[in-house]
Ligand binder design. Structure first.
Ligand code: MSP
Length: 652
């Protein structure tokens, strides 16, 4: 079923060095969206590539005694290999040194010049070579680049300028009329403020180096690298084609995906170029957060990079992709740590998903010789599983449509956890002891296979290597129709009578030493010491002190804020949806005067989890968040983001 077309892009990366896990994050996110769109019936075009011109590349190549093209060719080969290893299913890979691209860039430049939107003048400014950006004196405080912190150089040159200012009002109106144009809303607001401060004309050519696309009518100049780079999204469809069918089919782009560092180029310069060239604007610019290391942002120039190939080699593609896409809440920054990666593998993948499949397959083998029987009557517990599957699917779809990949995985895991609980509740091993319960056992095992089928289809865009391994085990290798998105419309698509077959563990646990055991021992020692102290009698005057048991009655847990919104008709109240381990809770908190909802999503806070629920303004609040306040100031208590403590963890 073809629902239409969908065109998604990643930034084109600088091939000045090998790419790192931050670049891989953007690319696998785009790949996951592209796979999801294909799965749900869209004819999808997924573009990535490399941005090969500019002074920095020229200098780097020179320092290695190479020609720029020879140098970038080597890096690009490595990048393509990386994407292949990471199962990145791009339809096209564009390089800005290709003829098809150069011609389109030159044509657009000439058109803008001829219509008077590009003019010649003189430029004097502070230039940061690594960032390829000019800064004003105020911006480059202390002669340092405000982005990367390195020294800027004073450059004076004859240049062509692009009349950005002419289009500022039109762009502002477009952004204001199209709330979805820049996402998330925090970036949109930033861009609106930026434009309102006034746009200056942009210097769009250079004469100080020559590794770039020449201005056709003035070849001493090369075209500014950002005009060259941004145009790739169009030239990949329009350039070097026998006809305009790709443009007709896929232009304008549905999503330009990137991190927040380059949103300004994409949501200001690029739309203005397109307006001036008479081309349609992209539908949506989506900016995710940064993957940080404890020392700050990962960057090739800082030399603190994590190589995705090393991780994939050690943990497998699916696990690395899962970790990246689960860890960073949409739009927010997140910290990379190998410990957190291992924890995700051991908890979400090995314990939750891996065990669900292996336990389910094992019981079908044990009690029904591997054959999945048709379901009989569904009981209440089955209905609850079926309901959760339907809800998880709907929620997953909503999240995917908003590109909230981490939340989409959260929805799938609701079903994974429900299914694991279902095994415990229905206890197939007890049903198996009673011959009269055979039909009941059949229903339970069928329901498990069906839940796993739902889960597998939903995770397939995230973990491309996993589905065939699960299909093999649950007996769906030969049933293509039962593996499609459309087949999830209704519960019951699993073809009864199929045979399961146990295979190797889907996600073998990674050994992590006995840190957990040591921690438990330490906990026990403290408890024993306190007990001894209590037995000896509390010191006089300490009537207000509580024992550790009394403290332990308060169930404090780490919770991750998934959604936040203002409670209607109130000033102070926010409604929060939080993940608490496998479950979700709604909390109402009086913090609206201190936090805006978008600032909260993705944060890990502490909640009192065993507080009696109360209704506030008609909303059932199932817990309380911890905050410290004095006078007018209030701050919520958050968990150290560096440590990646999972939601649901006990605070003690
Ligand atoms: N060549 C320009 C983009 C031109 S697009 C028309 C460029 N290249 S880059 O190699 O520096 O890539 C920047 C992009 O890489 C970011 O916007 C983001 O998508 C990705 N990331 C690089 N480091 C990252 C992190 N540490 N975290 C998240 N994303 C990261 O800018």
């Amino acid at each position: 079923m073809n629902k239409g077309t969908f065109y998604i892009t990643t930034p084109i990366y600088y091939p000045s060095d090998n790419l790192h896990i931050g670049h891989a994050y953007t690319t696998v996110a785009a790949d996951t969206i592209a796979r999801y769109k294909r799965m749900t019936g869209y004819e999808t075009w997924f573009l990535t590539g490399t941005d090969e011109h500019g002074q920095k590349i020229q200098r780097t190549a020179k320092s290695k005694g190479m020609e720029p093209k020879e140098f970038v060719d080597g890096i690009v080969t490595g990048i393509k290999r990386l994407w292949k290893t990471m199962e990145v299913s791009y339809n096209d890979f564009i390089r800005t040194t290709e003829e098809r691209h150069k011609k389109v860039v030159q044509d657009i430049f000439v058109k803008l010049y001829e219509q008077g939107d590009i003019y010649k003048s003189e430029y004097e400014g502070l230039y940061c070579t690594p960032c390829e950006t000019f800064w004003t004196e105020r911006q480059a405080e202390g002669n340092l680049c405000p982005d990367c912190g390195r020294p800027v150089e004073l450059v004076k040159e004859e240049s062509y300028f692009f009349k950005m200012s002419k289009y500022a009002d039109r762009l502002l109106a477009h952004i204001e009329e199209n709330p979805e144009f820049i996402r998330p809303v925090s970036r949109r607001n930033e861009m609106i403020n930026f434009i309102k401060q006034g746009l200056e004309d942009l210097c769009v050519s250079r004469t100080t180096f020559d590794w770039g696309i020449k201005v056709p009518f003035d070849p001493r100049h090369v075209i500014y690298v950002w005009i060259d780079a941004l145009t790739n999204y169009y030239s990949a469809l329009a350039g070097g084609q026998p006809d305009d069918s790709l443009v007709k089919k896929f232009w304008p782009a549905d999503v330009h995906l990137m991190a927040k560092d380059i949103v300004r180029f994409h949501s200001i310069i690029w739309p203005i170029i397109l307006m001036a060239a008479g081309l349609e604007l992209p539908r949506c610019i989506v900016a995710h957060g940064w993957l940080l290391l404890e020392g700050g942002k990962m960057s090739k120039s800082k030399g603190n990079v994590i190589d995705p190939l090393v991780l994939v080699d050690k943990y497998g593609v699916d696990s690395v992709r899962y970790y990246l896409l689960r860890e960073l809440p949409f739009g927010a920054d997140g910290y990379y740590s190998e410990d957190a990666l291992v924890q995700r593998i051991n908890t979400d993948l090995a314990n939750d998903l891996g065990n669900l499949v292996s336990r389910s397959v094992a019981v079908v083998e044990k009690y029904f010789n591997g054959e999945v029987k048709p379901p009989a009557e569904y009981e209440e517990v089955d209905q609850d599983l079926i309901k959760t599957a339907g809800e998880a699917l709907r929620e997953y779809e909503q999240m995917m449509e908003k590109y909230e990949l981490s939340n989409a995985l959260g929805s799938v895991w609701r079903l994974v956890n429900r299914a694991n609980k279902y095994i415990d509740e229905t206890a197939p091993w007890i049903l198996a002891k009673d011959d009269s319960m055979s039909a009941r056992l059949g229903t339970v095992l069928y329901s498990l296979m069906e839940a796993i089928r739902f889960i597998t289809v939903m995770v397939s865009p995230f973990m491309p290597q996993l589905p065939p391994r699960i299909w093999q085990q649950i007996g769906l290798a030969g049933f293509e129709n039962a593996r499609t998105w459309d087949s999830l419309k209704e519960w019951g698509g699993y073809p009864a009578g199929s045979r399961v077959k146990r295979g190797p563990a889907l996600f073998p646990r990674i050994e992590t030493g006995n840190a957990a055991g040591e921690e438990q021992n330490a906990g026990r020692e403290i408890k024993e010491a306190v007990e001894k102290n209590n037995a000896a009698g509390a010191p006089a005057g300490d009537a207000d002190l509580i024992s550790i048991e009394e403290f332990a009655r308060v169930d404090l847990r780490v919770a991750e804020i998934i959604r936040a919104e203002k409670v209607e008709n109130t000033d102070k109240l926010l409604k929060l949806e939080v993940a608490l381990g496998a479950g979700r809770r709604t909390l109402v908190a009086g913090i609206a005067n201190h936090y805006s909802p978008e600032d909260l999503v993705g944060r890990k806070i502490i909640v009192v989890a065993n507080l009696k629920p109360v209704k506030l303004r008609g909303i059932l609040s199932e817990g309380m968040i911890l905050a410290a306040s004095e006078g007018e100031s209030l701050g919520i208590i958050t968990v150290d983001p560096v440590k990646n403590v999972p939601s649901g963890a006990r605070v003690k």
